[in-house]
Each structure stands twice: as C-alpha cells, then as structure tokens.
Design a protein around this ligand. Structure first.
Ligand code: AMP
Length: 200
C-alpha cells in the first residue's frame, strides 16, 4: 500500500502516520525528518537545506526528489510506504509519478487532512510546549513567525496538489479538526480496502 498524506503543517500528518505505521506495518517516509537528520549530521544536503528550513521555505525539488528516490529503494519500503510531507510541489508530484511508473507500481491513495488554518498556529505552539516539557529539543521552525512562512509555502506551492490528485482520481479528504482518534478512524476506513487489495 502506497499512501500520501497531504495537509498543512500542524494538520496531524505525523501523528496519524505513526498510527498507520502501527496498523499496516509500512514505513513512514517523512522528508522533514530525513532533512532534519541530514542537517544534524552536517551532510552536504543538510548544509544546503538548513537555512531554507529555518526560514520556513521549501528545499529544492532536486534535493528532495533525490532523497525520496533513494529511500523508496530500501528494503522496508518495497511493500509500501506512507509519504508524509512529500510531495510538496506539483514538480515533486510529477517526479514521484515518474519514479513509480518506472518501477511499475502505483499510488494506492492520497488522503488530505483538511484543517482550519487559524487553529494551526495554536496547535503548533502546543506542540512546541509539549516537546519542551518532555525535555526534547523544540524544532527551530515551530515558532509563530516561521510557522506563518511554512503556511504561506503550503498555500502557494502545496495546496495545488489537491487538484492534481483529484484529477487523477486519487484524492480522499478527512476533516482534520475532529478529535485525533476520530481522524484515525476515518483514515483507517479509507485505507483498509487498499490494504486488502494491495497484496501488501
Ligand atoms: P515538515 O517536517 O514536513 O514540516 O518539514 C520541515 C521543513 O523541511 C519544511 O518546512 C521544508 O523546509 C522542508 N521540507 C520537508 N519536506 C519537503 C519537501 N517535500 N519539499 C521541500 N521542502 C521540504
């Protein structure tokens, strides 16, 4: 089963992805996590991505597509994956289509978590406070100012993907303002039939 979770930052993609991982045993491929790891390790990709990420902008399609192309070749992704935070531009979506076509595989479905933008800033402040309370480092881009840039990037560059996947007949939507467990239930109802038919 190959799934994309779409939705603005703070929509709950990470939380729901963890539950999908637990239910279906497929890995979560988060480009944000991969990029943060590259920044922490000081790799060439990390060095190039750091400033853009700290400003809340989007890292270049070339870098991100390269990371994903390598990652989906790994053994654990052979029978499926959840893409969280990728694609984020129509260019990336086209590159993903090409990658999958070359392998003779297809996306199962794309699920968009629809959320009220005004509520997102509050959610992100909570995420930062909860992370700090656990004694974990808070993401540098989880400040209200940078978060607004991330929302702007979403609106201008990522929101058009809903249309892209709707036209491809792949788009499902879930109201992401519902309680977390309700969102999970709705998501699972969409995904279960794909798990049953995907053969993986
Ligand atoms: P996320 O963890 O998904 O919120 O991503 C954190 C940051 O990583 C984003 O604000 C971007 O700077 C960068 N990033 C993650 N995924 C992508 C992507 N698919 N394309 C471009 N930049 C990305």
């Amino acid at each position: 089963m190959r799934i994309i979770l779409l939705g603005p930052p703070g929509a709950g993609k990470g939380t729901q992805s963890e539950r999908i991982v637990a239910r279906f045993g497929i890995p979560q491929l988060s480009t944000g996590d991969m990029l943060r790891a590259a920044v922490a390790a000081g790799t060439p990709v990390g060095l190039e991505a750091k400033a853009v990420m700290e400003a809340g902008g989007l890292v270049s399609d070339t870098i991100v597509v390269g990371i994903v192309a390598d990652r989906i070749e790994e053994a654990d992704a052979k029978s499926g994956f959840i893409l969280d935070g990728f694609p984020r531009t129509v260019e990336q979506a086209k590159a993903l289509d090409a990658m999958l076509a070359q392998k003779g595989i297809a996306l199962s479905t794309v699920v968009e978590l629809k959320v009220d933008e005004d509520a997102l800033v509050g959610r992100i402040s909570n995420r930062a406070a909860e992370t700090a309370a656990r004694g974990q480092p808070v993401r540098k881009d989880d400040t209200p100012e940078v978060f607004r840039s991330r929302l702007d990037a979403y609106r201008s560059q990522t929101a058009p993907l809903s249309d892209y996947y709707a036209k491809a007949g792949k788009l499902e939507t879930v109201d992401g303002m519902q309680p977390i467990d309700t969102v999970t239930e709705k998501l699972m109802a969409i995904l279960e039939p794909h798990a049953a038919t995907a053969g993986a």
